[in-house]
Structure formats: structure tokens, C-alpha cells
Design a protein around this ligand. Structure first.
Ligand code: SAM
Length: 307
């Protein structure tokens, strides 16, 4: 399916697409904590007592590493991977055929401008690191949410406005200096910045790599140009908070299920009986918001369910 973006109003979308045509996202590290959390969550959903074979969609699948790794494990599930970047989908298809993985279908689809309904409904819709690259979050979210079948799950990974705030200023610094430069020169500038300001970058934190956001994370960026581009010179990037996520769920008939990797209990953070007592009288949403304010997350990894 061809993805054509002719309209001027889609200039942000164009720059995001160009970014991932130039530097297809190489995927996650399968020893990471996020991967293990995801695997456990998907195992619970897919192996639950549902007789119909599950369908799983990875929206904005990049080069397909995650969906292919899952397809190898959950062989009775039909997986789909869709992405706006042709280059990413080409690489994903190549990986699938090199590894003889047959239960994944890849399609070059833009979730904002292309038809999605023909894809059908899915037990799990996974959308990681994608929606913060789209200008109209409400529209993108609504379109993705329609793919979740009744009783099915949406698993969302989104950048956090509090934890990523200082990093976003580093991105703005680079954007200011890169005005008018070609993509390759912009990447060269980002590399120079990460070399020159590595301590500052690590102290500001908030960027994401499989090696964290300290000095090891900076070294990871310097060694992996596609990650450097993704983290330092995004075509467009936004960041959100839990209030935004609750609003999106409410507006689209989804119910918050859990926050992967984050407990909604305060006991892991404090031994103060007074704070515990005050926390205990809050409803679940306010508990989650309180924890959010306390930990100021760089990102959210949220599971929601369609009633
Ligand atoms: C940071 S990468 C994340 C890739 C993958 N989900 C992962 O976690 O490894 C963001 C992906 O979103 C895709 N993307 C951005 N806007 C999109 C859109 N409008 N429709 C479909 N895919 C989009 C990009 O091409 C890119 O591959």
C-alpha cells in the first residue's frame, strides 16, 4: 500500500517519515526490562482462556524487531506490523523471510491518512514510541484505538513530559543550530554535541537507550547513529503526562489496566506512615497521579482495555 503525503498541512508528518526513511529505527534490546515486562503482559493476554486465536498489531513497528521476536514465541498468534516508513517495512519483511517467520504480515501504512478498518480488530494493539511523533495525538490515538476488539488490550509507550523536559531542551538547542543543514550534517552536529556535552546530556537524562540515560546511554548513542538520530534530532516529538493518557482512554472507550514497571503502591518509595496513610485514602487515579509526580517518568508504558 503506497503512503503518499501531498498535502502541505502534513509537513510535520513528512519530516517524521523522512527521518525514519533515512534512519529506520533498529528496535529494542531483548535483554531490556521493557522487553521482559512486555513479554509477561502479552503472555498473560494471549494465553488467557479465549478460544479464538489472538491477533496482534504492532502500530509503527519500525524494522519489525519486536513483532518478529514475539511471533517466534507466540506461534499460534497472527501478527501484523505497520509503519509509515517504506525503508523500515522493507527491512522488516527481509528479516521475516531471512528467519522464516510466517505468522507476521507487514504493511506500509500511515495511521493518520490511510484506511485502517480493513485490517480488522485485534486482541492486542501495541504502539510503542510512535504517537509522540504525530502532531494530532487525539486523532492518531482514536484511529489506533478503533483497532482494539471488545475485551482486547492497547499497550502504549509514550514519552513523559516531566522526565524528558531537560532532554527536550537539548534537542531544541540542536534544532536551533541545525537550521538549513542536510540530514547527514545534522546527524554530524548531533554527534559532536553528544561528544562535547556528554556529561551535561547524562546529567539532564530523560533520553532513552537500552543502556539507560547516564554516560553508558550517551556512549550507546555515539555508537548507534540511528538511535542518535531518534533521540537527538527527531523530525517531530511531543511528550505527555498521565492526565493526557487518562483523557485519551476516557474519550475512546478504554479503561486503564496497569502501568508496566510501576507499582501503584507508595510503600516502595517511603517508609513514612503519615504519607502512607494519606496515600491510602486516594482513589486509584489519584494514587497513580501522585506516583507520577513523585517519579517524574521519562516515559509511560501503559496497558488499557476495551470494556
Ligand atoms: C521510535 S520508532 C519506534 C519503532 C518501534 N515501535 C519500536 O519500538 O522499536 C517510531 C516509528 O513510528 C513510525 N511512524 C511515525 N509516524 C507514523 C504514522 N503516521 N503512521 C505509521 N507509522 C508511523 C516511524 O516510521 C517509526 O518507525
Amino acid at each position: 500500500m503506497a503512503v503518499k503525503i501531498r498535502n502541505k498541512k502534513y509537513s510535520i508528518m513528512k519530516s517524521v517519515r523522512h527521518q525514519y526513511e533515512n534512519w529506520p529505527f533498529p528496535g529494542t534490546d531483548f535483554r531490556s526490562r521493557e522487553w521482559l515486562l512486555l513479554l509477561r503482559q502479552i503472555g498473560k493476554i494471549i494465553n488467557s482462556n479465549n478460544k479464538q486465536a489472538a491477533r496482534f498489531a504492532d502500530i509503527g513497528c519500525g524494522t519489525g524487531h519486536t513483532v518478529l521476536a514475539l511471533a517466534r514465541i507466540f506461534t499460534g498468534t497472527q501478527f501484523w506490523g505497520i509503519d509509515i516508513s517504506r525503508n523500515s517495512i522493507r527491512q522488516a519483511k527481509g528479516l521475516a523471510s531471512d528467519n522464516q517467520i510466517e505468522n507476521v504480515t507487514f504493511r506500509n501504512i500511515n495511521i493518520i491518512t490511510d484506511r485502517l478498518l480493513h485490517l480488522g480488530k485485534f486482541r492486542v494493539v501495541y504502539c510503542a514510541g510512535v504517537l509522540h511523533h504525530i502532531e494530532n495525538l487525539d486523532k492518531a490515538f482514536a484511529r489506533v484505538a478503533t483497532l482494539v476488539e471488545p475485551g482486547g488490550y492497547l499497550i502504549l509507550w509514550l514519552y513523559g513530559r516531566y522526565g524528558r523536559a531537560r532532554h527536550r531542551l537539548n534537542q531544541k538547542f540542536l534544532k536551533t543550530l541545525a537550521s538549513g543543514l542536510s540530514p547527514s550534517k545534522t546527524l554530524e552536529l548531533a554527534h559532536e554535541f553528544a561528544v562535547q556535552f556528554k556529561d551535561r546530556l547524562a546529567a539532564d537524562g530523560g533520553f532513552y537507550t537500552p543502556r539507560g540515560s547516564g554516560l553508558d546511554g550517551v556512549r550507546w548513542l555515539l555508537d548507534h547513529p540511528h538511535w542518535l538520530a531518534d533521540q537527538m534530532i527527531p523530525g517531530f516529538e511531543n511528550a505527555f503526562d498521565l492526565g493526557d493518557i487518562f483523557r485519551l482512554l476516557d474519550n475512546n472507550g478504554l479503561v486503564f489496566h496497569n502501568w508496566l514497571g510501576v507499582s501503584d503502591s507508595i510503600t516502595g518509595y517511603t517508609s513514612s506512615k503519615l504519607i502512607e496513610k494519606r496515600f491510602a485514602i486516594l482513589n486509584r487515579r489519584d494514587r497513580l497521579l501522585a506516583i507520577e509526580y513523585l517519579i517524574k517518568p521519562d516515559y509511560y508504558f501503559i496497558v488499557a482495555r476495551r470494556a
